[in-house]
Ligand binder design. Structure first.
Ligand code: UDP
Length: 356
């Protein structure tokens, strides 16, 4: 393939796309980026393009703030007309957002080969919008790049090895990003000075199952406030969570900051004592930077982290959160295990894409 259209729209996709865009440039593959507009705030979008030197999107559909169905439908329409004009050799989508699914549908309906990076992940929880997006996207993809052995096994279990598709384990592109940008982060970020804590716990909360359930959110806030009495808890707050908190809740005691750019996030991950999150990406990044993680979900797609003792799942239960904290704060682990490749996932994927 010589000409690729990449669809991105949400924060984690900018971070993933940064790694492959660089490889496309190195190899002379013509890539045009379509930004759906799903995340649009300066600190949820633009900062990543600037810091990570991601090529400026050729198109921005500016679609956000709608219900899941309306958002996906409007993106599908917008992406379809771009693909009809551009006639790329392939369409590349990342992860599991509405932007992923709409890009996948647009490509497959025009019979343009579809490449899915971060294929095969499953939480087995069909209540999660992300689970629906990833299952449907995998099913209509032609090339499936899997980050882990578990992801490959999931696809095989669903019968993908009997289908005319390519399944390639390439490792995790987020590992590539963490390794590539760590040095720039060290040089350019001043977040640790700004927050002013020597020791702290880093937490993020944004999954719909937590933000949209007042009971779950109340339990999580209570749990984090309890931990905050023992060690400062710092939360770069996702706009969705901040909105809900502002309207429905008493202000928490822990420290809330605005969402941070990737360089600041790397420094927070490197410098914290422990991570508490419901994010998919942040669970892995905790591991990349040698930190234990407590996950505010009942399941994870990154099961190898739990199986190897790096991560404990607690859902939204504040007592379980406290006991996991008590266990992990003194646990010593060897983080050198190779679970996600050694930073070559994007290179492997770009080479394969060039061969097609
Ligand atoms: N992230 C960031 N700034 C923040 C919070 C998260 O740069 O304030 C990064 C984080 O390091 C990870 C990605 O955003 O690379 C994860 O995105 P998110 O948690 O929104 O999505 P998920 O991974 O759950 O799909």
């Amino acid at each position: 393939m010589d000409k690729i259209i990449t669809i991105v729209g949400a924060r984690p996709q900018f971070i993933k796309a940064a790694t492959l865009s660089r490889q496309f440039l190195i190899r002379g593959i013509d890539e045009k980026i379509v930004h759906t507009g799903q995340h649009f705030d300066e600190n949820m979008s633009q900062v990543f393009f600037e810091e990570m030197e991601i090529p400026k999107p050729a198109y921005n559909l500016d679609i956000h703030g709608l219900s899941h169905g309306a958002m996906t439908g409007r993106m599908l329409e917008g992406i379809e007309s771009i693909l009809q004009n551009e006639k790329p050799d392939g369409v590349l989508v990342y992860g599991d957002t509405n932007s992923t699914l709409s890009g996948a549908l647009a490509a497959s309906k025009l019979q343009i080969p579809l490449i899915h990076v971060e294929a095969g992940l499953r939480s087995f929880n069909m209540q999660m919008p992300e689970e629906i997006n990833r299952i449907l996207t995998d099913r209509i993809s032609n090339v499936l790049f899997c980050p882990t052995d578990t992801a490959v096994a999931n696809l095989k279990r669903e019968g993908f090895d009997a289908m005319p598709v390519q399944i390639i384990k390439n490792g995790d592109v987020m590992q590539d990003a963490a390794m590539f940008y760590a040095e720039s982060a060290m040089l350019k970020s001043s977040i640790i000075k700004k927050i002013g804590f020597k020791k702290f716990v880093l937490a993020t909360i944004h999954r719909q199952e937590n933000t949209d359930s007042p009971e779950n959110l109340r339990n999580i806030i209570h749990g984090l406030d309890q931990i905050n009495k023992q060690i400062p808890v710092v939360v770069p707050m996702h706009p969705r969570t901040r909105n809900i908190l502002a309207h429905n809740f008493q202000l928490p005691e822990f420290t809330i900051i605005d969402p941070v750019g990737y360089f600041d996030m790397i420094m927070l991950l490197k410098s914290c004592e422990l991570v508490i999150t419901d994010s998919g990406g942040v669970q892995k990044e905790a591991f990349f930077f040698g930190k234990h993680c407590i996950t505010l979900r009942e399941q994870t797609e990154w099961t190898e982290l739990v199986d190897n003792g790096f991560n404990i799942l607690v859902g939204s239960n504040s007592e379980k959160l406290q006991s996991a904290f008590d266990i992990l704060k003194d646990r010593k682990s060897d983080f050198s295990l190779n679970l996600y490749g050694r930073g070559h996932a994007a290179e492997i994927a770009a080479k394969e894409i060039q061969k097609i």
